[in-house]
Design a protein around this ligand. Structure first.
Ligand code: ZN
Length: 449
């Protein structure tokens, strides 16, 4: 490990842990990360960064986004954190479900923010001590949980000029390079307009928008049998009337359509649109739809992922106490209603195999990975086999199990930032591989408004 990184962590580890805990205690939903933004900006200012804050979507609101820089010129190596929490996932740090009102860090974003902020600060210390050329940038990204925060940040130019971007997410397995490509995702709102009428006295005068919406769901259900297994379609009802004695005039449904790539996603969306048109025809209603957003999945630069893990290898292993392991086993028992066989806390680092597989989820990072070579580490901080968006992660994210992982990964990411500045030719290699992957791809997207 770089000695300046070690020195920085020896001095500031407790502050990193305290920062992560504060974010956990003040868990905020997407687009309202005001406390997290203030804490983050203050931490970075004290560490000597040039700090900018803003609201990524609503300029009139309090800031929820932080961009901090240190150094000058290229390469510009950046590390990003997220810090939004999830509704209804508030939880005490006890090994069973204990509901705390409000949001909770059930995706561990308070840990992610802590790893990223400490990585940026420790790397800055090395840059200063060694007189390295280049720029360290830190981005605190709001609204990952369905809010498309990074896309608004991109439209504000906050990702401009970055050569390489790195980050980490907690997961139930060992630490490794993230080599799963997320799905492309399109969001469409379908609105049917019929004719209102008394449902009993004059049903023949009515044309039901809700019938159309329901028939659309039936049609899509039949469609699901004839799509490839890596596609996903889900929907929710947005609007209809609650009175059963009126034929509903307006009904809206929200569809989320996912596929392996943009081309497949658009083709599938066309089929869903045809079904909506059919439903409108069957019910003599009028269909309107608008595409809220259409965005690609994540691009994986395997040379970058491998590099991150090589940097991580230079960091002394993560260790947990017997007490922490026992606590984690209690969580496992609560979640699965049975005793765990063997250990349930990962501490290993596993080198990635360079084989890109599919992750059946989507993230606002997807589009960014087409603009900037992005490398991510994933793993640690969670109890084995438990999922994200779960109280078990809210629990470990608020205590030493998550905090130790965040500090350890902070060191790994700091080492990677410094290694890139020591070897700027590596950055060129990542950029070349990235360019090759992007070549010939038609990046037709619809940005959220
Ligand atoms: Zn997450």
């Amino acid at each position: 490990m770089n000695k300046h990184i070690k020195t920085w962590f020896d001095r500031y580890e407790d502050q990193v842990t305290a920062y992560s805990k504060k974010l956990w205690e003040h868990a905020e939903p997407m687009m309202e990360e005001y406390f997290a933004c203030e804490e983050t900006a203050a931490f970075l200012e004290e560490q000597g960064f040039t700090v900018e804050v803003c609201h990524c979507t609503y300029p009139e609101r309090k800031p929820n986004t932080v961009v901090a820089s240190f150094g000058s010129g290229h390469p510009v190596v950046a590390v990003f954190g997220e810090y939004d929490a999830l509704p209804d996932l508030g939880q005490d740090t006890v090994p069973y479900r204990s509901v705390k009102p409000g949001c909770g860090h059930g995706c561990g974003h308070n840990l992610m923010a802590a790893s990223a902020i400490s990585a940026a600060c420790a790397a800055k210390a090395a840059v200063e001590q060694e007189g390295l050329k280049g720029t360290i940038r830190f981005l605190a990204c709001p609204a990952e949980e369905g809010g498309n925060g990074k896309l608004y940040m991109q439209q504000l130019g906050l990702f401009d000029g970055i050569d390489c971007l790195i980050g980490w997410h907690a997961d139930d397995g060992p630490l490794t390079g993230f080599e799963k490509m997320g799905l492309s995702i399109e969001k469409i709102v379908f609105t049917f307009t019929g004719k209102a009428s008394h449902a009993a006295k004059a049903p023949e005068m009515g044309r039901s928008s809700m019938d159309a919406a329901e028939l659309m769901s039936v049609g899509v259900q039949y469609l699901r049998e004839h799509i490839s297994s890596d596609c996903r379609i889900h929907h929710s009802y947005l609007e209809t009337i609650s009175k059963a004695n009126i034929v509903p005039e307006h009904s809206s449904v929200y569809y989320v359509i996912r596929a392996k790539d943009l081309e497949g996603m658009y083709a599938l969306a066309e089929r869903v649109i045809k079904i909506a048109q059919g439903a409108a025809m069957m019910t003599e209603t009028q269909l309107d739809y608008h595409i809220e957003s259409a965005l690609p999945g994540t691009l994986i630069v395997t040379s970058f992922t491998k590099f991150l893990c090589e940097s991580a290898q230079k960091i002394p292993d993560l260790t947990y106490s017997q007490e922490e392991e026992e606590f984690a086993k209690e969580i496992y028992k609560s979640v699965f209603q049975k005793e765990a066989e063997g250990g349930v806390l990962s501490t290993d680092l596993v080198q990635p195999d360079g084989v890109v597989t599919t992750n059946y989820a989507s993230t606002d990072l997807g589009y960014i990975t087409y603009l900037i070579p992005t490398g991510r580490l994933v793993g640690l901080g969670m109890v084995k086999k438990t999922p994200v968006h779960h109280w078990a992660l809210t629990c470990t994210a608020g205590m030493s199990i998550g905090q130790k992982a965040a500090v350890y990964v902070g060191k790994c990411l700091a080492q990677a930032l410094v290694d890139m500045l020591h070897n700027p030719e590596q950055v060129t290699i990542f950029k070349q591989e990235h360019e090759k992957l992007c070549k010939g791809q038609n990046l037709k997207v619809v940005m959220p408004k």
